[in-house]
Design a protein around this ligand. Structure first.
Ligand SMILES: *Cc1c(COP(=O)(O)O)cnc(C)c1O
Length: 425
């Protein structure tokens, strides 16, 4: 793609964009009284305008039906978990019975590790990328300790080669091979939150299986961003959150994926609750846990209906837009941002993009090191209405999302960035 640094070029791309109209389906925040250029969907996705109606509907059901809402009509709360499955299956590349929306991400990863991290004397190590999201670091550390092991000798952290910012797939694979029989689990991000690197989930999973380990992924930054094929890639388990690229509202419900081959494995240890129990028998209120088929068997508690309503508002938009279409636009949109940043930084080298250049190795987010001016530049462009994300000591993360960002957003951002650098860098 040949890009141009001009407003008319950006407007032309918007005019040709078949997904451009989805922008109007979202509320944009204001910064200093002006509609923001919002590049922070990697942290909190925007609110679909329809979310209010979806929530209002469940509030009326609650008002009008009260307890009868559990079994009333098509959207009876007793079965409400089923509603999000078709969209989640598309977004994650899964069968419907392999996914279910429940809890929050950090809760789910613990629950999944209860089933899938079963260290033995010989096989106990966990491979994770160095600098994983803090919640993931705490989860792994405490799981390891829970099994009476020492994190220092159990967690194997993968670091980029000296002078590089991201991991090479070949290095990940060779570490998996090296750990061999001592490796119990690979537990990595799908897309790394800091660098924006999209890992080769399929290759990593295959390598883990070849040494007899399981592979699980935290897809917080990948779900709704990259095209995923969890079933075909043979991933053992995964979890994600819905409030980043899935636009479902602050702290809203997470989801899990458990591969079909575990669908009928009641012997797998798990921490159970009544909502994971055979739903035909649930109200017998009897002893003896019998897990439901598939991912549903990992549920603990009855569904958070209001949360699921907001989630569904966004999932319906995803289904309408299509994840493959979104991805196609995303590559072009992020490519445009990359081009403009490189033009602006030029030979001065003030900005350095650390996210991989190859679109197959990234989602929509670009992470940049800013070598001069630092936070003052970031604050300046915030003042002019750009919402991005700052990470100490000098990383700016920008995530133009294909659902609601335009090429014009990217162009206008670039102009503001240019001015901010002139002022402070
Ligand atoms: C956002 C994010 C989380 C957040 O966890 P919650 O349980 O939703 O608070 C965890 N892990 C990663 C990698 C994330 O990006």
């Amino acid at each position: 793609m040949n890009y141009e640094f001009s407003e008319s070029f950006a407007r032309e791309l918007d005019a040709q964009d078949p997904l451009a109209h989805f922008r109007n389906r979202f509320h944009f925040p204001k910064v200093n009284g002006k509609e923001a250029i919002y590049f922070c969907g990697n942290s909190l996705g925007l609110q679909p305008k329809s979310a209010k109606d979806y929530l209002a509907k469940e509030l009326s059901n609650w008002a009008d039906l009260a307890v009868d809402g559990h079994f009333h009509g098509e959207d009876a709360w007793y079965h409400i978990r089923k509603k999000s499955k078709p969209a989640l299956a598309e977004i994650l590349g899964a069968q419907e019975h392999e996914v279910v929306a429940m809890n929050n991400l950090s809760v789910n990863l613990h629950l999944l590790m209860v089933s899938f991290y079963r260290p033995t004397k010989e096989r106990y190590k966990i491979i994770v990328e160095a600098g994983a999201f803090p919640s993931d670091q705490y989860m792994l550390e405490t799981q390891v300790k829970f099994h009476g092991l020492d994190p220092a000798t159990t967690l194997v952290e993968l670091k980029p080669r000296p002078g590089e910012h991201t991991l090479r797939t070949e290095d990940i694979i060779s570490e998996i091979k090296k750990q061999g029989n001592s490796l119990a689990m690979v537990n990595m991000a799908g897309i790394q939150y800091y660098t924006g690197q999209l890992f080769d989930i399929q290759a990593i999973t295959k390598a883990a299986h070849e040494v007899g380990a399981v592979a699980g992924f935290d897809l917080a930054h990948a779900a709704g961003n990259a095209v995923l094929k969890l079933h075909d890639w043979d991933v053992d388990f995964a979890t994600w959150c819905s409030y980043k690229y899935m636009n479902s509202g602050p702290g809203n419900v997470s989801g899990i994926f458990v591969h079909e081959r575990y669908a009928e494995r009641p012997d797998l240890p798990r921490f159970a609750g009544w909502w994971g129990h055979d739903e035909g028998e649930r109200f017998k209120m009897e002893k003896g846990f019998v897990p439901m088929y598939g991912a549903d068997g990992w549920q603990l508690a009855n569904s958070n209906v209001l949360a699921l309503a907001a989630h569904q508002a966004s999932l319906d938009i995803f289904q309408e837009a299509g994840i493959e279409n979104l991805r196609k636009k995303s590559e072009k949109l992020t490519g445009y941002l990359e081009y403009l940043i490189e033009e602006i930084s030029g030979k001065s080298g003030v900005l350095e993009i650390i996210t991989p250049k190859n679109p197959a190795e990234r989602g929509c987010q670009l992470s940049l090191l800013i070598h001069r001016g630092g936070k003052a530049v970031f604050d300046e462009f915030y003042k002019h209405g750009v919402v991005g994300d700052w990470r100490n000591p000098n990383v700016i993360r920008l995530a133009p999302t294909p659902l609601y960002n335009s090429y014009l957003d990217v162009f206008l951002f670039a102009k503001i960035l240019e001015q901010s650098l002139d002022k402070f860098a």
